[in-house]
Ligand binder design. Structure first.
Ligand SMILES: [Zn+2]
Ligand SMILES: [Zn+2]
Ligand SMILES: [Zn+2]
Length: 275
């Protein structure tokens, strides 16, 4: 079995949103039972771990600006690869915090990204990819660009497959791994991706808020996608301060829940990914 850990479940501004005094933002920083710590949402990312319990393999999907704090909270000691979804700041800015986790690796840490994301990562972290700066305290990473839209990457017996999703006008990367899929920053699903998302135990998908948004799915639309794809369980992420954790959960069907920072789910990493 493998574990999916939500490092962060919030939208790009994080919850509490700076300068906001709404009930959800206030609840996020008020101790329970008056407040609800599940409303404290850091920037979105997940960790997939499997293998030996003393030294599990670890794969990240995205490294956001809260990665340093998230890695301390979850006691992350080892990362074997990172998959990037797209080049927005809330998904890439923690790349530099990978540095101390890469110094001792026998090979540079592999980062997997589509061209759009790889171009941005090379621009933002140019010193990391400039040969002249090697040998200092620069991250030891190797950027792999996907060669095809549905590319499969094998890692220690697990397969991670890219699943294209629409983020407004951008086509970005979702991922399927075993019986789980992670689709953040998604406004709609291309027809060809539907076949890659069958027979899921766990579907994680973007649900920003109740009101429609041009580049993100909302609760109503994500519920329709859950109905269409029929995973055993679904979890919403990338949520704004419009969604209070317990009030929103109360109106969802029992197999659909809001994710929260630190939530851990067990799932099977072995099933064949459908062709
Ligand atoms: Zn985002
Ligand atoms: Zn707020
Ligand atoms: Zn985005």
């Amino acid at each position: 079995m493998a574990t999916l850990t939500f490092l962060g479940s919030g939208t790009s501004m994080g919850i509490p949103t700076l300068g906001c005094d709404c009930a959800v933002c206030r609840s996020a920083v008020t101790p329970a039972p008056v407040g609800d710590p599940r409303n404290r949402r850091t920037r979105p990312s997940v960790l997939v771990t499997w293998g030996s319990s003393s030294q599990p393999h670890g794969v990240l999907i995205d490294t956001g600006p809260d990665f340093h704090h998230q890695a301390i909270r979850e006691n992350i000691r080892r990362i074997d690869a990172v998959f990037y979804t797209h080049p927005h700041a809330d998904h890439i800015l923690g790349l530099d915090d990978l540095r101390p986790l890469t110094f001792h690796l026998p090979e540079p840490l592999p980062l997997f990204a589509d061209d759009l994301t790889a171009d941005a990562v090379e621009r933002v972290f140019d010193y990391t990819f400039r040969p002249a700066t090697r040998g200092t305290t620069i991250a030891r990473v190797h950027l792999h660009r996907f060669q095809s839209p549905n590319e499969e990457i094998e890692l220690f017996g697990a397969t991670f497959r890219r699943v294209p999703v629409n983020h407004g006008k951008l086509s970005i990367s979702g991922y399927r791994f075993g019986s789980a899929a992670y689709l953040t920053d998604m406004s709609s699903l291309p027809e060809d991706s539907v076949a890659l998302l069958q027979n899921l135990d766990i579907l994680v998908l973007d649900a920003l808020r109740h009101a429609p948004h041009p580049t993100h799915s909302n609760v109503e639309n994500s519920l329709k996608l859950v109905e269409q794809l029929k995973p055993k369980r679904a979890f919403f992420t990338h949520m704004s301060h419009d969604l209070d954790h317990s009030a929103t959960n109360a109106m969802l069907p029992p197999h659909v829940r809001l994710a929260y920072d630190g939530l851990k789910l067990s799932f099977d990493l072995t099933p064949e990914v459908p062709a």
